[in-house]
Structure formats: structure tokens, C-alpha cells
Design a protein around this ligand. Structure first.
Ligand code: ADP
Ligand code: MG
Length: 338
């Protein structure tokens, strides 16, 4: 038997990174969430080779002070919560303080940032768990995070990457989710030097139109229903725009993209009698509820959540959608859906 030892720091971070950074798209998701948490009004994303070679996220958010730059890359270091009580009603997208540390353990990372008070920006770089010095840099405002050569030092992980085209597709989908979640934020996406999207500040319907296309918008009902502290708004696609797969299903809970069995079931039930069993609805739905009614600390990637009042929520979502689709369960199939 070997002696029991503590793992080296870098290895601990590389193991932890397996949970948060599966591929370029998951690193991109984390970086964009950080920009949103920093209050960014504008987020510019640049990718090279599907994000494998470069992911660059620039924002105009509040920035990081020079003396906090190194700390931002430390494991379990966050500015977003300080106690269990705060975790229970957390409103930010992040709070685990793991993303930057994990990314820095499996890629070459550069972080440049400037707070409004600072006279100029500062930059720090990290590679193989070692942080460079904090040095003066040029940047007008906000933060720029650059992630190069993802998994360059973890060959086993690198082998699981797909082609740049496939990884790019995942990145675009991750950014589409963020852009649908926050239509009031300007988003730009470039890939290999070409602009793919340039989305202005919009309302939710205009953003859905821009990202999902006219056909969806033309065949969708908009809804906005509230009951107590619950609210469900967005666009529910009519059967005319049903799909053979589950692409085009976007559900946001308090601004966070989630995949949830319970809510997915409520949605399917609402469509049950108007949609053929092998067709899937398209939708962009925004559910809001008090933060203490939902536990987002279920999984590191946070696309899974738990609800306190699951049954009440199921009923609310089901009925709100059913009404929006203009269909009463007792009516004949497809009645009211013109
Ligand atoms: P978390 O988001 O869970 O706090 P991260 O590792 O993603 O953990 O980020 C660590 C900290 O770095 C954040 O809490 C925040 O203070 C700071 N930070 C990261 N990205 C940005 C950004 N784009 N703008 C401002 N601050 C940032
Ligand atoms: Mg984060």
C-alpha cells in the first residue's frame, strides 16, 4: 500500500476542473456569467478554433481591483457570498468561487481588469497553477479574460474534445442561452475573426426573434402570468413550429438557464393534447420566483435546481402555458389553436 498523502494543489484544481470545465462551451458559460454578475451592459466574445485555441470575453462590468486579481484566481474565492444565509438567497449566477481557478488549472489564463476608480487597468496571467505578477495594462473599463489552449496540460481531457466545428456549436449554444436570458445586454460573438452576431439591447421578444428566427416568432404565443410571487413570461411555440428534437427549448429560472424534470413535465403536459407524441415544442420561458424558493447549489454547473414548492410550481407553469396556448383540457384536441 502507498502512503496516504494530500494531493498537490494543481492536481486538486485539475480534478475539480473536471466538474466545471468539460469543454470550451462550459468555460465560456462561466466567463459570461461572471461578466453578467459584474453588471456588464455589453459582452464581447471572441473564439478561435471553436474556443479550443482561444476564448476571450470582454465586458464593461465593475472590474476587479488590482489587489484582488490574484485572489480572483484562487480556489473557493468569491466576492458573491460570505455566509450560508447569503447562499440560501443568492441572486448572482456564480457563488462557488471555482470557475477561474479551475480554468487556470487547465488552460493558459490572462485576466485584465479595471475598476472605475483605478487610473489604469491591471493584468495577471496564470499557467499550471502558478500566478504571474500583477502588472499595469491598458483597458478602458471592465474586464477581459483570455483562455488559451484549453486542456494543453491535461492530455487525457484534451482527447475528449471534438472538432473545432462541434466545439464551436456548443459555444454558440452556451452564448445563445445567455443572450436569451439577458436581452437587455448587448452581445457580440466572433469566431475566427468573423462577426457571427451583434445583438443590440433588446426586449425579450426581439431577442428571441433575432436568435430563433421569424418562423418561431410567427408561430408562438406570448405570455406573462403572475400568481403571488411566481411569474412566468416568454414565448410558447405553437404546434406549427414543433420540432423533432428538443433544441429550441429554453427555460430560465431567475435568469439562469436550467434543465428541470419537473418543469419539463409541466410543459409537456400543457402541450400533450395539441402536439403529436413524437414532436417537441419550442419555447423561451422566463420563470421568476423568490430566490429562497429555489436551491441552485445542486450541481457545479448549476443547470439543475431544486424547488421548495415543487407541486405548486408545476401547477402554475402548467396552467399558465395551457391558457397561453388557448386550450382548455376539456376541449377537443387542437380547439382554439388557430
Ligand atoms: P464566482 O463567480 O463563483 O464568484 P469565479 O471563479 O467565477 O467564482 O470568479 C471569482 C471572482 O472573480 C468573482 O467572485 C468576482 O469577484 C471576480 N470576477 C470574475 N470575473 C469577473 C468579471 N468579469 N468582472 C468582475 N469581477 C469578476
Ligand atoms: Mg463565476
Amino acid at each position: 500500500m502507498r502512503k496516504i498523502r494530500l494531493l498537490p494543489d494543481l492536481l486538486i484544481s485539475q480534478i475539480a476542473a473536471g466538474e466545471v470545465v468539460e469543454r470550451p462551451a462550459s468555460a465560456l458559460k462561466e466567463l459570461v456569467e461572471n461578466s453578467l454578475d459584474a453588471g456588464a451592459r455589453e459582452i464581447r466574445v471572441e473564439l478561435e478554433e471553436g474556443g479550443i485555441r482561444l476564448i476571450r470575453v470582454a465586458d464593461d462590468g465593475q472590474g476587479i481591483a488590482a489587489d484582488d486579481l490574484a485572489q480572483a484566481l484562487a480556489r473557493h474565492a468569491t466576492s458573491k457570498i460570505a455566509s450560508l444565509a447569503e447562499l440560501e438567497s443568492v441572486a448572482s449566477l456564480g457563488f462557488r468561487g471555482e470557475a477561474l481557478a479551475s480554468i487556470a488549472a487547465v488552460a493558459r489564463l490572462g485576466l485584465t481588469s479595471r475598476t472605475p476608480e483605478a487610473e489604469h487597468a491591471w493584468r495577471i496571467a496564470a499557467q499550471d497553477g502558478a500566478l504571474g505578477a500583477v502588472e499595469p495594462a491598458a483597458l478602458g473599463r471592465g474586464s477581459v479574460v483570455e483562455v488559451r489552449d484549453l486542456f494543453f496540460n491535461t492530455p487525457a481531457r484534451r482527447k475528449f474534445l471534438k472538432t473545432p466545428a462541434t466545439e464551436y456549436g456548443h459555444c454558440e449554444e452556451a452564448l445563445r442561452r445567455a443572450a436569451l436570458a439577458r436581452p437587455e445586454v448587448v452581445f457580440e460573438l466572433r469566431h475566427n475573426g468573423k462577426v457571427v452576431w451583434r445583438l443590440p439591447r433588446q426586449d425579450a421578444e426581439a431577442r428571441a426573434l433575432a436568435l430563433l428566427g421569424e418562423e418561431f416568432e410567427a408561430a408562438a404565443r406570448s405570455l406573462d402570468e403572475a400568481a403571488g410571487e411566481l411569474r412566468l413570461a416568454g414565448l410558447a411555440g405553437l404546434p406549427a413550429y414543433s420540432r423533432s428534437g428538443r433544441d429550441a427549448q429554453y427555460l430560465f429560472v431567475n435568469g439562469r438557464y436550467v434543465r428541470d424534470k419537473l418543469l419539463g413535465h409541466a410543459v409537456r403536459e400543457a402541450y400533450r393534447d395539441i402536439l403529436h407524441y413524437d414532436r417537441h415544442p419550442a419555447y423561451v420561458l422566463y420563470l421568476t420566483l423568490p430566490p429562497d424558493q429555489v436551491d441552485v447549489n445542486v450541481h457545479p454547473a448549476k443547470t439543475e435546481v431544486r424547488f421548495r414548492q415543487a407541486q405548486a410550481l408545476h401547477g402554475f407553469v402548467f396552467h399558465a402555458l395551457e391558457r397561453a396556448l388557448g386550450y382548455a383540457r376539456t376541449a377537443a384536441p387542437a380547439a382554439g389553436v388557430a
